[in-house]
Design a protein around this ligand. Structure first.
Ligand code: PLP
Length: 411
């Protein structure tokens, strides 16, 4: 089943209040997901989800996560500013950048954020930009392929992130000599997976590695950061990740290495983005053009500048026509935007009911890495973002860009 968590009436009412295209986010859905995640890890010492700000960088959304007890995972100056302006501070902020301007370390340390070092060379950068903190996280890259059973989940050997196994004890000993008192481990080895064995598999690796490094280095492991990667089913026949089962799987891995979580001290952190907001955001657009040549095309008033994933990754996003959910899918369309780029297609050869001009087309699962990856190619502007609140009202949480915004940086 596609994700039909909101009735069409909501999209129709929103489109009466705001011109299309716009993003619509469901506050209740986001809160429920945060609560389900917190419940799944309630057993874990010092559990905290740090919402990956890059997935949906809007302070009104970050506020919701703050109220649900989450922190913010940042990787740039502006993301740190967003977290700061939302009221996050200290260990509510994780800073996980790579190849970034060193001044961003100063900023992170000023906020007392937890710093996650992407490379052994970052030790000196941090020492010179804000100083070594007592608690320090490092990112691990095991190389090769990352397998669960027979399935290859990712190829860390080709990934730019993290430290090798050999670098870890060398760098951690240096960090200890420079004043660190506790270390933490982070790794991100598979992206967008709904397989409930991903986090438990990753956790097992990091727990054992952490326990070994405690002995090699003589510093206690304070937490393991499982990062992001738990995915969502973009296709209608996909199955959502069972987050309770994921939490239970991680608990089993934890008990194996550290024993009873009620008596152990090693904490668990996550940095989920897609899983938290992906299903709770929709790009709402209007059919404005129909064209029949070698194929049938429906042109809509949104384009790849609003949602890049189909053009960039060939990603599937479910689309439904408002008011026609139960109509037979008699047509086969390419649903396109207006960019002068032939990859500007939200769907290719998609079965849909007959579309009339003015119909609202709702593009699903756009709540993470959607608006955030927007751009201004072809002089197309970013849309508004609307929050559908728990009180059944609509709140504009970002206005649409205007030509003035487009010209504002030109000299
Ligand atoms: C992108 C990213 C995340 C979030 O990834 P999702 O796939 O959205 O869960 C978490 N941590 C880091 C360091 C990232 O770069």
């Amino acid at each position: 089943m596609p994700n039909f968590s909101l009735p069409d009436d909501v999209f129709v009412r929103a489109a009466k209040e705001f011109p299309t295209p716009f993003y619509l986010y469901d506050e209740a859905g986001i809160r429920n997901t945060a609560r389900a995640l917190n419940a799944a890890f309630a057993w874990a010492p010092h559990f905290r989800e740090y919402f990956a700000v890059k997935a949906l960088p809007n302070p009104r959304i970050l506020e919701i996560f703050k109220q649900e007890g989450c922190g913010a995972d940042c990787s740039s100056e502006c993301e740190l500013l967003l977290a700061e302006k939302t009221g996050f501070s200290g260990d509510e902020i994780m800073f996980s950048a790579n190849a970034m301007p060193p001044a961003e370390f100063d900023h992170a340390r000023r906020l007392n954020a937890i710093v996650n070092l992407d490379d052994i060379s970052d030790i000196d950068l941090l020492a010179n930009h804000g100083g070594i903190s007592e608690e320090i996280c490092v990112r691990f890259n095991p190389g090769g392929d990352f397998k669960l059973g027979n399935a290859i989940m990712g190829s860390p050997g080709d990934s730019k992130y993290g430290w090798t196994r050999e670098q870890l004890p060398v760098g951690l000993k240096r960090l200890r000599e420079m004043g660190a008192k506790r270390f933490a481990l982070h790794a991100f080895l598979a992206s967008n997976t709904t397989d409930p064995s991903y986090y438990p598999g990753l956790a097992g690796i990091l727990f054992e590695l952490g326990a070994a490094l405690e002995k090699e280095v003589g510093m206690p492991l304070s937490f393991v950061n499982l990062s992001g990667g738990v995915g969502i089913p973009y296709k209608p026949d996909g199955v959502p990740a069972d987050i309770a089962a994921v939490g239970e799987g991680v608990r089993k891995a934890y008990e194996k290495v550290f024993g009873d979580p009620a008596k152990a001290t090693v904490g668990i952190k996550t940095e989920l983005g897609r899983y938290m907001t992906g299903p709770h955001g929709w790009l709402v657009t209007k059919a404005v053009h129909e064209k029949k040549i070698h194929k049938d095309y429906i042109g809509v008033d949104a384009c790849a500048s609003n949602l890049m994933r189909p053009a960039m990754y060939g990603a599937y996003h479910h689309i439904h026509v408002c008011g026609k959910r139960d109509w037979p899918e008699t047509e086969t369309y390419d649903v396109t935007g207006c960019l002068c780029e032939n990859n500007d297609k939200f769907a290719v050869d998609r079965k849909l009911p007959k579309v009339e001009m003015g119909d609202l087309l709702v593009i699903h699962d756009a709540g993470a890495h959607g608006f955030a990856m927007g751009y201004q190619y072809n002089g197309r502007l970013r849309s508004a973002e609307i929050l559908y609140t728990q009180d059944d009202t609509f709140r504009m949480i970002r206005r649409a860009e205007t030509p003035e915004d487009y010209f504002a940086t030109l000299l």
